[in-house]
Design a protein around this ligand. Structure first.
Ligand SMILES: [Zn+2]
Length: 114
């Protein structure tokens, strides 16, 4: 492979093209998603070996085959997944409403006021 193939194109000077930084962020995001997928598949294989694959972790009932076909790494039935999502979103709403203590940022004296 030639060295030119390994170095990114000089797209920082192309006003129409995306920047190397953007491409790098995109690749990092795809890589972290792929790593999360691999981890979920490995966890599913461990549950398969343990004989617990296809069983909903919160309620213990069998996860329907259709759901497993659509999402083979799922750990919850539709009902429990929806309950979990609703709990998470209400927690987020409560947090946004009350605010996180100490999260309000005041400009310090060393920063110029804009
Ligand atoms: Zn369940």
């Amino acid at each position: 492979m030639e060295a030119a193939a390994l170095s990114p194109p000089d797209d920082e000077h192309d006003p129409e093209g995306s920047t190397v930084g953007f491409e790098r962020a995109l690749v990092i995001d795809l890589l972290s998603q792929a790593e999360a997928d691999v981890a979920a598949l490995e966890a599913a294989l461990e549950r398969f070996d343990a004989g617990t694959y296809g069983r909903c972790e919160p309620c213990g009932r069998a996860i329907p085959t259709e759901r497993l076909a659509a999402n083979p790494t799922t750990r919850a039935c539709v009902g429990c997944a929806q309950a979990s999502a609703a709990a998470t979103s209400s927690l987020v709403r409560a947090t946004l409403k009350s605010g996180v203590p100490g999260s309000k940022r005041r400009p310090s004296a060393s920063e110029p006021a804009s």
